[in-house]
Design a protein around this ligand. Structure first.
Ligand code: URP
Ligand code: ZN
Ligand code: ZN
Length: 459
């Protein structure tokens, strides 16, 4: 199948020009002026942007967590991703402390193979690190293309890992060339603060943020970076919510630590007043690290604009309000953490980043696609518009205006974190390896078709 995308403004992280893009089968075969595709499908992209397919470096789909399971499956979540212009996702494999890493990897991969519509790969969360787990983790890197680990410096007693094990794991990551992604908070401090708040009757979702303030997150980043300094491991701080945490990473970078910092959409456009809404409505906005004061938005956008932060993910963590968030009516500590948003990310960044002049279009491509491909070993197969790259392409209509709404979403959650917010722009056509799978913000592909991306360690 040959497809000619004609006359769009082709925007990559390092170029911006009007050009045609020619696709043969699953690959881009030419980019240039006045290309001739012969008898082929033509997509008129005049007046539109042509972006490389976006990559979400931080999603949860299959997620057994806090006594329940996230309600998307790989079909619904990846349809949502594609409808929103995301053609590749990196999902967190989050086993429990009793689970074996190999079994967890194969379980997540089996589920994704059965349903995923977009391409996918995994960060492997390491929550146990005994001798058996050590051997299995090493094997997964060497035989299955797992090139990034995840650790939780949070969720005491559930997912967190002791410092001795953290050190050993990071030393192993360094040896293998695997990058360590990390949820950074001080788990002990959070636990102590939660206990005090609950004991004194402060049980509503508005107490979630005070139970894990900015200092707790900054301390987590500092802790991770200390271990990176000791071991030489390369580290990537996920879902960073505040300037104080970014500052800690930059102090470490100045000392020579190899550290990258991720933002996620909720922290860029939502603030903590959402979680303070009455009648338990705030539970919809409980995530960790929590939504902060609105003044943090500017700090994060500035860090993205000047390169201190390098990626924007979603941290898509789809729990229903009914029956799931409601588990925490008596105590905010029992509200499953997370906000859905896999479909909305690209349009949020366009609306609140580009249209508000906080980042430009090339930076949007860089932080929403190219950097993730580079950091996580998928470049230039992904994250680029060039001959030989996968034909993952988003023909984007910047003139569309609307509002975000759950009714537009392919995700199964019973609410949208962005309900009613203005939306400027949407994907007009999305190609996954040459096949049109979404039009005008709606999924139009067939079932499945997503492919696992095995990645070599690159750090
Ligand atoms: O609140 C969040 N972020 N939920 C998903 C799990 C995690 O910590 O990433
Ligand atoms: Zn996390
Ligand atoms: Zn997460």
């Amino acid at each position: 199948m040959t497809v000619l995308i004609r006359g769009g403004r082709v925007i990559t992280s390092d170029s911006d020009r009007v050009a045609d893009v020619l696709v043969e089968g699953e690959k881009i075969v030419a980019v240039g002026a006045s290309l001739d595709g012969g008898d082929c499908e033509i997509i008129d992209a005049a007046g539109k942007y042509v972006f490389p397919g976006f990559i979400d470096p931080h999603v949860h789909i299959h997620l057994p967590f806090m006594g329940t399971n996230a309600i998307d499956d790989h079909a619904s979540a990846t349809r949502a991703a594609l409808a929103g212009g995301t053609t590749t996702v990196i999902e967190m494999i989050c086993p429990g402390p009793e689970d074996e890493p190999k079994a967890a990897f194969h379980e997540w991969k089996r589920l994704a193979e059965a349903g995923a519509c977009c391409d996918y790969t995994f960060h492997l969360a390491v929550v146990r690190f005994d001798d058996l787990a050590k051997d299995q983790v090493r094997e997964l890197v060497q035989t299955e293309g797992v090139a990034s680990f995840k650790v939780f410096l949070a969720y005491k007693g559930a997912l967190d890992i002791a410092d001795e094990q953290l050190y050993e794991l990071m030393a192993m990551a360094r040896d293998l060339g695997v990058i360590m992604t990390a949820h950074c908070e001080n788990a002990e401090a959070v636990d102590a603060m939660q206990k005090r708040l609950i004991a004194s009757g402060r049980t509503g979702p508005e107490w979630h943020e005070p139970s894990r303030p900015r200092a707790v997150e900054a301390d987590g980043v500092s802790h991770l970076c200390t271990f990176a300094e000791l071991t030489g491991a390369h580290v990537y701080v996920v879902h960073t919510s505040c300037g104080a945490a970014v500052d800690q990473a930059m102090l470490a970078r100045d000392r020579g630590v190899h550290v990258w910092v991720e933002a996620v959409a909720p922290h860029l456009v939502l603030d903590k007043t959402r979680a303070e809404q009455a009648d338990f409505e705030g539970a919809k906005f409980v995530m960790s690290p929590p939504l902060r004061d609105a003044e943090e938005h500017g700090r994060l956008w500035r860090a993205l604009a000047d390169g201190r932060m390098v990626t924007i993910g979603t941290d898509h963590a789809p729990f229903n309000f009914a029956g799931q968030k409601e588990m925490g009516r008596d105590a905010f500590t029992c509200i499953p953490n997370g906000i859905p948003g896999i479909q909305e990310r690209v349009d949020l960044v366009h609306t609140y980043g580009v249209c508000e002049g906080r980042i430009d279009l090339q930076q949007m491509v860089d932080v929403c696609s190219t950097q993730a491909a580079k950091i996580f070993g998928m470049y230039p197969q992904k994250g680029e518009i060039a001959v030989g790259s996968d034909a993952d392409l988003v023909i984007y209509d910047p003139a569309y205006t609307g509002t975000f709404s759950r009714t537009e979403s392919e995700s199964r959650t019973d609410y949208s974190g962005y309900e009613g917010m203005p939306r400027l722009g949407r994907p007009a056509v999305v190609l996954r390896r040459g096949e049109t799978v979404a039009r005008d913000g709606r999924y139009c592909g067939s079932e499945g078709g997503g492919r696992y991306i095995a990645r070599p360690p690159t750090h």
